[in-house]
Design a binder for this molecule. Structure first.
Ligand SMILES: [Zn+2]
Length: 464
């Protein structure tokens, strides 16, 4: 093979593979479980370990940032090019709980390598994916002869992602000046599968509400009063029945206002993914696919806003019968949101819609949980194209595009910093996030190293 920049990166990565994997295994031995207070010291130890490792990697600035909860790690390596753009990498150093008796074949905090995989809690989510950035930046410097990265490189690695990132938004707002960036790279996601490298272009947002309806002041006799006063359980059922139209569209007036429609280019690229609906139905544990008319299953999950009833109840649900008109009933509804939808406005239209459905004499209380905003980077964004090129050089394949139907704190970075969010994840669905026997494929992990080795030059050129 000729000594192209790409093969030089591959050779460098291969030469440093053993030490890299040994270091990652050391980090995985620290049980940084943010959900369990007995591991608070381990989460702190994990932050300190990472900070020291980033310093050893060459980052001139490494800091531990305290929050009211677990600490985050910040690192900064300024470019020597005064015109270089700034890029912020996001990941997390905390992990999900894990115990041998959950079904692990080996100790979750004593990593082992078997069949080209490293098993251990955090191997894929998210320590492995954070860690490929360390060898990646070394490979970038070594193979380009630079002494500093082609971009001003910043890292923010939080310690509470697995606990819902309760202090993350406040941390980002408080430190927005130091975190300022022209683009954000999130390395806490995955790709389609082992042989289909993909870049995720966005995540849906989330708004959740609980609607309680009140009828009589107490449960009353259905013989003495039935048919003559409003029934809150019937009112809840009518509300739920009115949520969608016959085409599966959400029937709340104003719900779709501002929704960013899929482009033809995206629909074509989504359709190129090797998606098998029958297999997907098995993973969904469902007997049929259903949803908004005019959209494929992947489009429904990734690119369309939805309303789902999460729970409904009210009145007597015990054994036998109890002939009452219940005094109250409730429904819990979650809305997944897409780019262009504002969670605050969604609250307003949901409230107005629900209130307009209620019969006289039925009282109500509507409460909303804190919302997560959607985020999306358009396919033709130069930074997104740079990520796809860097990944393509590492994988020697065409890179396809996905989105994520779920919701996460990445949107906070987009909102507060005003920068596009790009997802660089090399994990695959079989990695077992949050499950027993979590693992990372070593070949893919090293492709992550190669991708980031190419990425800073590609982004510097794209964002100039
Ligand atoms: Zn994660």
């Amino acid at each position: 093979m000729s000594d192209t920049p790409d093969s030089a990166v591959r050779t460098y990565t291969e030469q440093h593979r053993t030490a890299f994997l040994d270091d990652l295994a050391d980090w995985l031995r620290i049980p940084s479980v943010s959900a369990q207070p007995e591991h608070d010291g381990d989460v702190r130890h994990s932050a300190e370990w990472l900070s020291a490792k980033l310093e050893e990697t060459g980052f001139p600035v490494t800091e531990i940032w305290e929050t009211p909860g677990a600490p985050a790690v910040f690192a900064h390596w300024p470019s020597d090019d005064p015109d270089a753009p700034t890029v912020l990498v996001y990941g997390h150093h905390d992990v999900q709980p894990a115990a041998r008796e959950d079904g692990w074949d080996t100790d979750p905090f004593e990593p082992v390598i078997r069949d080209g995989r490293m098993y251990g809690r955090g191997a894929a989510d998210d320590k492995g994916q954070v860690f490929f950035h360390t060898l990646g930046v070394r490979a970038h410097l070594a193979t380009t002869g630079r002494t500093a990265p082609a971009v001003n490189l910043k890292l923010l690695i939080e310690g509470e992602e697995e606990s819902g990132s309760p202090n993350f938004r406040a941390l980002v707002e408080e430190r927005a000046g130091r975190l300022s960036a022209d683009a954000v790279i999130v390395s806490d996601t995955g790709m389609w599968d082992e042989s289909t490298p993909t870049v995720c272009t966005g995540m849906r947002g989330l708004a959740e509400c609980e609607i309680e309806l009140y009828g009589p002041d107490q449960d009353i006799h259905s013989g003495s009063f039935g048919g003559a006063v409003p029934n809150p359980a019937t009112a809840v059922a009518r509300l739920v029945a009115a949520l969608h139209d016959a085409d599966g569209r959400v029937a709340i007036p104003g719900f779709y206002d501002g929704v960013a429609e899929l482009t033809d280019a995206e629909r074509v690229l989504f359709a190129e993914l090797p998606f098998d609906e029958a297999t997907w139905l098995r993973t969904a544990r469902s007997r049929a696919a259903s949803g908004e008319a005019g959209y494929s299953t992947l489009e429904r999950i990734w690119a369309r806003p939805t309303a789902e009833v999460n729970g409904i109840g009210g009145g007597y649900q015990g054994a036998g019968s109890k002939t009452i008109i219940p005094s109250s009933a409730l429904v819990k509804i979650s809305f997944r949101l897409v780019a262009g939808q504002d969670p605050d406005r969604i609250q307003d239209v949901v409230r107005a819609w629900a209130e307009a459905q209620l019969p006289a004499g039925v009282g109500h209380r509507i409460t909303f949980a804190p919302a997560t905003r959607p985020c999306l980077t358009p396919l033709d964004h130069p930074a997104l194209q740079a990520v796809a090129r860097a990944m393509g050089r590492a994988f020697d394949r065409k890179i396809l595009f996905t989105r994520e139907g779920g919701s996460g704190p990445a949107a906070d970075l987009q909102d507060v910093l005003g920068a596009p969010v790009l997802f660089l994840g090399i994990s695959v669905p079989s990695d077992g996030w949050h499950a027993p026997n979590e693992k990372v494929e070593l070949d893919l992990l090293l492709k992550g190293v190669e991708t980031t080795a190419h990425l800073w030059g590609e982004l510097a050129a794209a964002l100039r």
